[in-house]
Design a protein around this ligand. Structure first.
Ligand SMILES: *Cc1c(COP(=O)(O)O)cnc(C)c1O
Length: 333
């Protein structure tokens, strides 16, 4: 372990920032948080909303953002699509054109329903409203799918260590645009630990150090993992994820049905509709005997769907192994 107030800590934290920028395609400031992604989601909606936020949700993680707003006394409205449907740019435009909102939140990759939202076309709409800050939950997509933060104009982009970065849980990351920083000053301090205004100011002033003791252990791991990611090549990493997604979508549609609307399928996990009425819990315990684990549906989608991840360090071999095992257990051939 090293001291968190020494030169080594500053160097570690600066190195991480420098290595994250190309991965996130941004020149913006980057802040780490010793919390999971939800911590930064909470901090972001609180520190960024001066007037009112509009939350576009396509599932449980989108809903969470509205709850975070509500429980923190942040003015916010929720537009919820039904599970399996994406957020469409026209819908975003309809809300923003009212002039009522100064923050919009989007879930890039909804891990409950398997939707990957069309952030490219959504960005075209949001660019028409320069006074609106755009917060994006990239928790289960960053480092697995390409998210070009600056080109898309994302003001706060959030991710966690334990999804596509394939690290232990406990560290969250966000990028912060100059526009977002201006807003933080206008809003003023909100809370202490998750206050983004203070966090960014502190990192600036204290040579990349943090207001309270950060999880340096996670930072060592992240620094190491970012080197591995660069060694694989960012584009190669995205291609690997795309190939796994293509394979899983094909497999799922052959034996079951992909749950999210066609054309909006996630690149980092496939959510499969349980069209055969199997017991997902039983299947998972059978898979467990082979050292494999899939995920049941999330929340209300439990047993109605199941989820197979293809993110992080997983490869096509893992996809062949999991699908082969499911075919055998369920006698699908
Ligand atoms: C996992 C997840 C979260 C929650 O992240 P934590 O790191 O568990 O707080 C939020 N959004 C999405 C899309 C997720 O997949």
């Amino acid at each position: 372990m090293i001291g968190h107030r020494g030169k080594d800590a500053s160097a570690l934290q600066k190195n991480i920032t420098d290595k994250l920028r190309p991965l996130m395609f941004t020149k913006n400031k980057i802040a780490l948080s010793t919390s999971s992604g939800t911590g930064l989601m909470e901090g972001a909606i609180r520190s960024a909303t001066a007037k009112k936020a509009i939350v576009f949700s396509v599932g449980s993680f989108g809903d969470r953002w509205a709850e975070l707003g509500k429980l923190n006394g942040v003015e916010c409205d929720l537009h919820r699509e039904k599970d399996g449907d994406p957020t469409m740019p026209e819908t975003v435009d309809k809300y923003l054109s009212t002039g009522k909102y100064d923050v919009v939140t989007i879930t890039h990759n909804e891990t409950s329903s398997g939707i990957m939202n069309p952030v490219d076309s959504i960005s075209e709409v949001i660019k028409k409203y320069p006074d609106v800050l755009w917060l994006v939950d990239c928790v289960s997509s960053m480092a697995g799918a390409k998210v070009e933060v600056d080109r898309l104009g994302i003001d706060i982009c959030i991710t966690s260590s334990q999804k596509c970065l394939a690290l232990p849980p406990g560290l969250a990351i966000c990028s912060v645009s100059p526009k977002a920083e201006e807003r933080f000053s206008k809003v003023g301090s909100k809370g202490y630990y998750l206050d983004l205004k203070n966090l960014i100011k502190y990192i600036d002033k204290k040579d990349h150090q943090y207001p309270s003791t950060p999880s340096l252990s996670h930072m060592f791991a992240l620094d190491f993992q970012l080197d591995r990611i660069m060694k694989e090549g960012i584009e190669n990493r995205f291609t690997r994820h795309m190939e796994m997604a293509e394979f899983m979508i094909g497999w799922a549609n052959k034996y079951f049905k992909v749950f999210p609307k066609a054309g909006f399928e996630s690149l980092t996990l496939t959510v499969i509709a349980n069209t055969r009425g199997i017991s997902v819990a039983d299947l998972n315990s059978q898979l467990g005997k082979r050292g494999i684990q899939i995920a049941n549906g999330y929340g209300d989608l439990k047993e109605k769907t199941f989820r197979i991840a293809h993110m992080g360090e997983l490869t096509m071999d893992d996809m062949l192994e999991v699908t082969g095992a499911i075919e055998e257990i369920l006698n699908l051939k």
